[in-house]
Design a protein around this ligand. Structure first.
Ligand SMILES: Cc1cc2nc3c(=O)[nH]c(=O)nc-3n(C[C@H](O)[C@H](O)[C@H](O)COP(=O)(O)OP(=O)(O)OC[C@H]3O[C@@H](n4cnc5c(N)ncnc54)[C@H](O)[C@@H]3O)c2cc1C
Length: 184
């Protein structure tokens, strides 16, 4: 059998559902400058590093706190709209594509280290911190974060994909290194 000449057969076949204008208005009112429906911003959040494509999400919320995430998710639940968290956009398998429409929640501004306990070998972080930011922040404590998927991925995105990488044989994957999660 001949191989297909294009990758069209790999593209998602679903038709995105439109996000109700009332929800977009509510998001804009709640989030102000932390909200964008600009085409370029939506397109940037509607793709990853893979080759799959789909129409972008209808809007992006830039979360700065757990409360922000809770409020965006609550509104999405009220209107029955899908939510797609965005870490660093380095995934490869179409995770970020808005195949059923929806909104993106960008976690990149939630990138703080909350606590370090070197004796206990544990660090508590916000989900948008990237692995390189984390290693820079803890480099003087004797600790390091060993999981290296190549890309400078976020800890939240790595947890969601159970990331591995070149150090996995010695130090494990996200499964072995994540001890607890706070989940909205
Ligand atoms: C050159 C290259 C090499 C790579 N090598 C590897 C490798 O060796 N091993 C490996 O495992 N991966 C590898 N990857 C893939 C990628 O780095 C991982 O999938 C990474 O874990 C994705 O993290 P991210 O922050 O970029 O997440 P994103 O791409 O932004 O998101 C990935 C998924 O996680 C979800 N998500 C993001 N943040 C959150 C959150 N806070 N809460 C809940 N869900 C969230 C998203 O909705 C999406 O479904 C590679 C990628 C590149 C570009």
């Amino acid at each position: 059998m001949n191989a297909p000449a294009t990758t069209a057969h790999l593209q998602p076949q679903t038709t995105p559902r439109p996000v109700p204008q009332a929800m977009l208005d509510a998001l804009a009112a709640r989030f102000g400058a932390q909200y964008s429906a600009a085409q370029a911003v939506c397109e940037q959040h509607g793709r990853d590093e893979g080759s799959l494509q789909a129409p972008p999400p209808a809007a992006v919320v830039f979360a700065e706190s757990t409360q922000d995430v809770q409020d965006a998710v609550r509104l999405a639940a009220q209107y029955g709209v899908p939510v797609i968290p965005y870490g660093a956009g380095s995934s490869l398998e179409g995770h970020l594509l808005a195949v059923q429409g929806g909104i993106s929640i960008d976690m990149g501004r939630m990138n703080r280290v909350l606590s370090v306990d070197a004796d206990d070998l544990t660090v508590t972080v916000q989900p948008g911190i990237t692995r390189k930011q984390l290693n820079e922040a803890i480099k003087d404590t004797g600790l390091f974060f060993p999981i290296d998927p190549g890309a400078d991925a976020s800890i939240g995105g790595m947890a969601a994909t159970r990331a591995s990488g070149t150090n996995a044989v010695r130090y494990g994957t996200m499964r072995e290194n994540v001890l607890a999660l706070e989940v909205v």
